[in-house]
Design a protein around this ligand. Structure first.
Ligand code: FAD
Ligand code: SIN
Length: 543
């Protein structure tokens, strides 16, 4: 089966939904997403959206905080654009009906100030995080999806997984992306979706690691598809670990927002030792890479399996009202955060690198866009500042929609490329699904142990060796057996892992979230982006 549209959007997080809503004003949109429409990293975002909204805050201060966190690798233009366009995007969300926690009334006309309650997070020198209690992402998704469902020219296809991008060059055309092959909800048919603009909004890749704050959708599909298609990828070694996820033997890693520390929560060891002031002058509100590494250091030093995060000194009514989601989730595990400290550990959280784009989300392949966590505009550099990613998703979703609207008329009317239907070849149904689960578990475990918060050259070499072996097996399996969603995700996490490891191995220094025991400090010669392309190994390039 085959469909054509103006815009094919892959992913239903903040970036994909924002793009689809704005692009639909100018053309027809097909949006595909791998699971339910509201299943994404965005859905679980807690802290909020960083933006300069308080009278005593300034753009310069937000820019400076972002640059400091990014450890010398942020692209200044990207920082400038995202920070300055932030308040307009928040206003857009409020006008769409998003209900953020406020000090005063819920509605804000264009000339009124935005009177929101603003949270504080690590690395920020002011209160500037707009939020909906501790369930900000869910509220953003609700507002965007409600608006999108009213658009008659938008087709929303849930449980549809993109497999690969379609390049016209494979069929005698130019080096242009003209759509994607997509596995449908039944898992039995592959659709050929052709588009004038194809937008990757597939989010991050936390599932590359054994422990992650991310839901199961985060398997690096966008980066892997773009890499296979020949796009440039940058800064993949910078995988951010969130310092505080709930530690419970039976719970999946559940995030405990940095906003708790913004409201006075402190970290300690089991004996009450508050260790953060020893590690950084900003103590519990130090940038996230420093807090994660300090926890890792203290856990290894003392042999403990977790550290404690305590907000129980604040009034119980405040804690319940400000953090209703976290309070309820912890209660499910028998923990009352109004009276008890929370056992926490770090976990893989955010992919700072991604597909190289300009400030409109254009990749190095014409016709292909990448926005949100899957893209690399240079905003985050070597370490993302807390709550800057929802901001980037909103700003880039908007900018990409405006720019692609400008270009779509040029693209309309050209002859449709002669792209064949998906070919199954001699593939047969798999008889040994255990191969997929075995490879998946193995990969995630060695990525955690060898390529996690603390790395070394020999650990990276070991990981590279194992990835090569796994990839051989996965490739063979991929061609012999009929495609399943598990298999395509496994192939993508292996590619993403390969890019993280090879990029990390090429950076002989510690910077931002990349920390290696063999080179403990930053080296000015490495103050450049790592770029990689199929057939071209990672190398450094000035930003
Ligand atoms: P996502 O929201 O991850 O959406 C990706 C979409 O692509 C999903 O719908 C997925 O199903 C789909 N998809 C993936 N692969 C395919 C495929 N092959 N085919 C079809 N569809 C596909 N950031 C902040 O700024 N503030 C916060 O407070 C905050 N809190 C967070 C809390 C948690 C628990 C987590 C995990 C992240 C948090 N982040 C936060 C980070 C932030 O949520 C994400 O970076 C951001 O939401 C990414 O948005 P996105 O639109 O790029 O991707
Ligand atoms: C959090 O609420 O701690 C997450 C914020 C973020 O990842 O930006």
């Amino acid at each position: 089966m085959s469909y054509s549209c103006d815009y094919l959007v892959i992913g239903s997080g903040v970036a994909g939904l924002a793009f689809a809503l704005e692009a639909s004003e100018h053309g027809d949109v097909i949006l595909v997403t791998k699971r339910a429409l509201d299943e994404s990293n965005t859905q679980y975002a807690q802290g909020g959206v960083a933006s300069v909204l308080a009278e005593d805050d300034t753009f310069e201060s937000h820019i400076k905080d972002t640059l400091v966190a990014g450890a010398g690798l942020c692209h200044e233009m990207a920082v400038d654009v995202c920070v300055r366009e932030g308040p307009g995007r928040i206003r857009w969300l409020l006008d769409l009906g998003a209900r953020f926690s406020g000090k005063a009334s819920a509605h804000h006309g264009p000339d009124e100030g935005i009177d929101l309650d603003l949270g504080r997070e690590g690395g920020h020198s002011a209160r500037r995080v707009a939020h909906a209690a501790d369930m900000t992402g869910r509220e953003i998704v609700r507002a965007l999806l409600t608006a999108l469902r009213e658009r008659p020219n938008v087709r929303l296809l849930d449980n549809h997984a993109a497999i690969d991008l379609i390049m016209a060059s494979k069929y005698g055309g130019p080096e242009t992306c003209v759509g994607a092959y997509v596995l449908d909800a039944s898992g039995e048919h592959v659709l050929r979706l052709l588009a004038r603009s194809t937008v990757l909004a597939t989010g991050g890749a936390g599932k590359v690691y054994l422990y992650t704050s991310n839901p199961d959708i985060a398997t690096g599909d966008g980066v892997a598809m773009a890499y296979r298609a020949g796009a440039e990828i940058a800064n993949m070694e910078f995988y951010q670990f969130h310092p505080t996820c709930l530690y419970h033997p039976r719970a999946k890693r559940f995030l405990i927002s940095e906003a708790l520390r913004g409201e006075g929560a402190t970290l300690s060891l089991a004996d009450g030792d508050k260790f953060m002031p020893r590690h950084h002058p900003r103590a519990d509100l130090a940038p996230r890479d420093i807090v994660a590494r300090s926890i890792d250091f203290e856990m290894k030093r003392t042999g403990s399996e977790f550290v404690l995060l305590d907000i129980s000194h604040r009034p119980a009514s405040f804690v319940r009202e400000r953090f209703p989601g976290i309070h309820a989730e912890c209660l499910k595990w028998g923990l009352d955060i109004t009276t008890q400290p929370i056992p926490v550990v770090p976990a893989a959280h955010y992919m700072c690198g991604g597909i190289t784009t300009d400030l409109y989300g254009r990749t190095t392949i014409p016709g292909l866009w990448a926005i949100g966590e899957v893209g690399c505009t240079g905003l985050h550099g070597a370490n993302r500042l807390a709550s800057n990613s929802l901001l980037e998703g909103l700003v880039l979703g908007h900018r990409a929609a405006l720019k692609s609207r400008e270009l779509i008329d040029e693209l309309r009317g050209g002859p449709p490329p002669a792209v064949p239907e998906w070919e199954v070849g001699d593939a047969v149904p798999s008889d040994e699904k255990v191969i997929v689960t075995q490879n998946w578990d193995e990969l995630r475990r060695f990525m955690w142990n060898y390529v996690g918060i603390v790395r070394s050259s020999s650990r990276l070499r070991r990981a590279a060796h194992r990835i090569a072996l796994l990839q051989e097996e996965i490739q063979e399996y991929y061609w012999r057996f009929l495609l399943t969603r598990d298999l395509l995700e496994l192939r993508n996490i292996a590619t993403t892992a390969e890019l993280i490891v090879s990029s990390a191995a090429s950076r002989a220094e510690s910077r931002g979230v990349h920390f290696t025991l063999d080179h403990l400090n930053p080296d000015p010669r490495f103050a450049r982006d790592t770029v990689v392309k199929r057939g071209v190994p990672p190398h450094l390039r000035n930003s």
